[in-house]
Design a protein around this ligand. Structure first.
Ligand code: ZN
Length: 288
């Protein structure tokens, strides 16, 4: 299934499913439907059978008539791993970066979370805004000390993400968190596709286009540390909770690695797409 949040005109946001080319509110399908995405994810084992057997014929509205919102209205935490594709490590070697033997984690603060078609802010204080297409995992069943073997049972699903990065802020100190946490710099979507529908998350083509120009082109099989290993590592430290967001690394082709660098500017359109998950598309807008 494909969990979405959407709104039609000025109506309040609704939680729903993307079914073919229609957005169907959960409340149209089942009684006492949750209205909060994290609540739905936490209750998914109870909700899924009801949703699967619900009669959807004639329900919902055409996708073209709604605006898709960030599939999560909020999250407790958003973690991201650095230098996790071999081709990306190679292109960053000029910045002194080598293949890590340990997973390199940083936090994107929750304020960065943004919708699949919302603008990316080009902040007043940065001249080096860059894109990073990433496979994003959304935690389902929470837990601590989850082994890699147990990890699939803790993943609700996957979506496309852009780990937008202000490189000047990222590189001016050893800590990356500020450069990764500007408002709007964490768009995800268009839907959270449940794991059963994704199949193998480590066999998906992953691409990023800027104004139609293909910049990143890889496959998730090239992850250095796969998603299950990432969950094992993170959960040694923190209790993972339903709706937590994990950015799993970006392949080569980022703007910073171009010679000269090719950073984003207002008006640019960044499209990130992954097999089975769809695409998000965000326009860069100067901060007002
Ligand atoms: Zn990243």
């Amino acid at each position: 299934m494909r969990l979405i949040r959407f709104c039609k005109g000025d109506a309040p946001a609704q939680l729903g499913l993307l079914m073919a080319d229609r957005a169907v509110a959960l409340s149209e399908l089942i009684a006492e439907a949750p209205t909060d995405a994290r609540d739905a994810i936490a209750r998914w084992s109870e909700l899924a059978p009801q949703l699967e057997s619900a009669e959807a014929e004639g329900k919902g509205v055409p996708l073209a008539h709604v605006r898709l919102l960030c599939p999560l209205d909020a999250t407790e935490k958003m973690m991201a791993i650095g230098l996790n594709y071999a081709d990306h490590i190679a292109e960053m070697s000029g910045s002194g970066m080598t293949t890590p033997t340990e997973q390199i984690w940083f936090s994107k603060q929750a304020n960065a979370l943004s919708g699949p078609f919302d603008p990316i802010e080009a902040p007043r204080s940065s001249d080096a805004v860059d894109y990073e297409v990433e496979l994003v995992a959304i935690i389902g069943k929470g837990g601590r000390h989850i082994t890699a073997a147990e990890a699939p049972a803790h993943v609700f699903g996957f979506c496309v993400g852009n780990d937008v990065s202000a490189r000047d802020w990222q590189m001016k100190t050893p800590q990356w968190v500020l450069g990764k946490s500007f408002d709007t710099h964490g768009p995800i979507g268009p839907a959270i596709v449940t794991l059963d529908e994704v199949g193998d998350p480590h066999a998906l083509d992953i691409k990023c286009f800027v104004n139609g120009d293909l910049r990143q082109d890889s496959n998730t099989r090239h992850l250095v540390f796969n998603v299950w290993a990432q969950i094992e590592e993170l959960s040694k430290v923190m209790t993972l909770k339903p709706g937590d967001v994990i950015f799993t690394g970006t392949p080569g082709g980022v703007g910073m690695a171009s010679k000269p660098p090719r950073y984003l500017k207002p008006g640019d359109v960044v499209r990130c797409e992954i097999d089975e998950l769809g695409a998000i598309e965000n326009t860069v807008l100067a901060e007002g």
